[in-house]
Design a protein around this ligand. Structure first.
Ligand SMILES: CC/C=C\C/C=C\C/C=C\C/C=C\CCCCC(=O)SCCNC(=O)CCNC(=O)[C@H](O)C(C)(C)COP(=O)(O)OP(=O)(O)OC[C@H]1O[C@@H](n2cnc3c(N)ncnc32)[C@H](O)[C@@H]1OP(=O)(O)O
Ligand SMILES: Cc1cc2nc3c(=O)[nH]c(=O)nc-3n(C[C@H](O)[C@H](O)[C@H](O)COP(=O)(O)OP(=O)(O)OC[C@H]3O[C@@H](n4cnc5c(N)ncnc54)[C@H](O)[C@@H]3O)c2cc1C
Length: 576
């Protein structure tokens, strides 16, 4: 056993709570843990679909590998295991899916949100079996945030009972939709509805964009990949230009609004329902795209920091692990706390969303404005805190953190996108501000927007802390587990306060002495939590396969893994 493995084993021996119990709590129960592990075992024992190191692959290889694995998953593995696309197992499978995130996570749910029963019956089975592959095409080259500014039009042709979809100029071209560039043959396309010259706002249309046999673009369609990006390299975010493309009247997804054959426009629900899909996604992607990413980065950085020996604490004494330095504990442990605290706050948000969908089934959407405010605010605050944290964790791993061998750069490159997609964060914070504080006049409003953004961040952080604090109080668990969760709650709250002492001093909420006490209390908590560090990240239960990290493997064998990984570099195929 290597020195590093022995160090981790010694660390695990001093954890003072039951790690498995905390894993069960994090998962939502022992049965959930069992289900998640069963899915992970099935996937990791199938070479056709198991996670693998894509660090040395080209972009095209990563895309093809992601598509191949995903299609195998849905067409071979699910039927083999007797899992249907709506089985509970599939929600855990999405963690492993490297492609079709928008098809599975956006296109299909939006079809369910916007489609009539007949339209769902027509397209859902095809989408579930990958007979049709869909994208969610809303953002254009010229507009992403300002939805009322979208330029793509859907003009109703009474004579032929068709909609004519058109991008009037280059800036109207759809730009960014995931799975669009090379994979999708259908688009759930958001366009401005026009009837007899009158504009009715953004509506959802089902548009076939490629031939189902040849996969060639249909007439009037120009489609392709938008090129290399910071991350999401397995996803073919694409562009789509539509030039007078005709679709049947029946392709307007008409759960909320309908156009009769004679061109009469009929609304069936609030026009705000068209925004509903965005509320849903903001509520559910935080866990899978931001918090889970932070948990992986914490697992890697904590395990590595416990085995990375560098320097002396006392001259002449043996080298210590970098985790012994207070500065390293300050870099890492507040983000371990944040992972736990935001995980449970996101759970409360998705529960609130599910409660709203039940109310909506009874035609009650009175809860939508508050849910919009909370989901917009949470999406902005959590995605920013998590992606900022992942970068700090990457830097805490020194040089090896800058290597793809650490696994952290690819984690960050996906998580940071969550600050932009599904509503750019600043815009989301301002949406939350306007719904929490009411809309002032536009000028007073713009002049105050910088402060309002900060007020909303504080408002949402307070929601996150109080949610976790009350959750712990109600939690039935052993005392050691409750104790460590209370420490994490206090650490997250204190780290947020200490990051903003200026605001508290400015309004006289805290005295300078109290600020000192808050700072000292945080440092004391770091020392209390330090002995449990490895147990807290082990409890996230990320397998080595899922982490894909030479620094964060469970056994701590960093250096052997690092050298083996580097030797796989294509540049090393020849000595010269
Ligand atoms: C299990 C999960 C599996 C997989 C997960 C899925 C995917 C993971 C895989 C990969 C991840 C990668 C990509 C993910 C997918 C990304 C998809 C996208 O990015 S789609 C595009 C998203 N775009 C946006 O979010 C646009 C943001 N802009 C807006 O929302 C609006 O323009 C605005 C900023 C809110 C402004 O709205 P508007 O222009 O209408 O003006 P107002 O602000 O005056 O609003 C009017 C009125 O409407 C109310 N309102 C606005 N938004 C909402 C809402 N969302 N819900 C409810 N109500 C809303 C607003 O409050 C006003 O009301 P009023 O005051 O008039 O009563
Ligand atoms: C990885 C990824 C995947 C995506 N997937 C999809 C997809 O599947 N389907 C899809 O339709 N789209 C998708 N998008 C597009 C995404 O939804 C948009 O990029 C996002 O909504 C932001 O819009 P924008 O790019 O126009 O930014 P802009 O709005 O142009 O933002 C630029 C700057 O302007 C500021 N700003 C804009 N409006 C205001 C305002 N009112 N007040 C104050 N400041 C403002 C913003 O804060 C920001 O700083 C994806 C994007 C990414 C990065």
């Amino acid at each position: 056993m290597s020195r590093e493995s022995r160090l981790l084993e010694k660390e695990r021996g001093q954890v003072n709570f039951n790690v498995e119990e905390l894993t069960n709590i994090y998962d939502g129960g022992a049965e959930e843990t069992k289900l998640r592990r069963k899915v992970a075992d099935v996937i990791q024992n199938d070479p056709e679909v198991r996670c693998k190191d894509i660090g040395m692959m080209t972009r095209e290889e990563r895309y093809i590998d992601g598509v191949r694995r995903c299609v195998y998953l849905y067409k071979v593995l699910l039927p083999r295991e007797g899992w249907t696309p709506v089985s509970k197992e599939v929600s855990h499978i999405l963690r492993f899916c490297m492609s079709f995130g928008v098809h599975a996570g956006v296109f299909i749910p939006c079809l369910l949100s916007f489609g009539s029963d007949e339209q769902i019956a027509k397209w859902l089975p095809l989408a579930m079996q990958f007979q049709i592959i869909g994208t969610y095409a809303q953002t254009e080259m010229g507009h992403g945030t300002f939805l009322r500014g979208l330029q793509t039009t859907a003009t109703y042709d009474k004579k032929n009972k068709e909609f004519v979809i058109n991008c009037p100029e280059i800036s109207a071209m759809k730009w960014w939709p995931g799975d669009l560039g090379k994979s999708a043959n259908h688009a759930l396309l958001m366009a401005q509805l026009v009837i007899d010259g009158k504009k009715y706002g953004m509506h959802p249309f089902m548009v076939q964009i490629r031939d189902l046999t040849t996969h060639m673009p249909l007439p009037g369609i120009t489609v392709g990949d938008i090129g290399n990006k910071v991350g999401f390299e397995t996803t073919d975010n694409g562009f789509l230009h539509l030039n007078q493309v005709r679709i049947p009247r029946e392709n307007l997804l008409c759960k909320n609004a309908e156009v009769k054959p004679n061109g009469t426009y009929l609304t069936k629900a609030s026009d705000k329902m068209v925004y509903g899909s965005m509320v849903r996604l903001r509520a559910i992607i935080l866990e899978s795209e931001a918090v889970s990413a932070l948990g992986k980065a914490c697992t890697i950085a904590v395990r590595y920091s416990l085995v990375r020996c560098q320097g002396e604490l006392e001259p002449g004494k043996p080298e210590v692990s970098v985790m012994e330095y207070m500065t390293q504990q300050k870099k890492l442990l507040p983000y371990v706390a944040m992972t736990y605290v935001t995980h449970f706050a996101c759970l409360k948000l998705s529960n609130q969303y599910n409660a709203f969908t039940r109310e909506m089934d009874n035609n009650d959407i009175s809860g939508l404005p508050e849910l919009h405010a909370l989901s917009a605010g949470m999406k902005a605050v959590v995605s920013e805190q998590c992606s900022d944290g992942i970068e700090i964790l990457r830097k805490s791993c020194g040089g090896h953190g800058y290597s793809n061998a650490s696994g952290i750069p690819i984690i960050w490159s996906s998580a940071v996108a969550c600050c932009t997609y599904e509503g750019e964060n600043t815009v989301m914070l301002l949406q939350c501000a306007r719904l929490v504080h009411g809309m002032a006049s536009y000028n007073a409003w713009n002049q105050s927007s910088v402060e309002l953004v900060n007020v909303v961040k504080a408002h949402i952080t307070q929601f996150i802390v109080t949610t976790f604090a009350s959750g712990i109080t109600e939690l039935e668990c052993t005392k050691p587990v409750k104790n460590v969760l209370q420490q994490l709650c206090a650490l997250y709250a204190l780290s947020c306060i200490n990051a903003s002492t200026g605001d508290f001093l400015k309004v006289g909420y805290l005295s300078p002495r109290q600020c000192d006490l808050a700072h000292e209390a945080e440092l004391e908590l770091l020392s209390c939590i330090r002995p449990n560090a490895v147990g807290l990240v082990d409890a996230f239960d990320f397998s080595d396969d899922l982490l894909q990290s030479c620094l964060g493997a469970y056994d701590g064998n960093v250096y052997e893994r690092l050298f083996a990984w580097a030797k796989k570099s294509p540049l090393n195929k020849t000595e010269v």
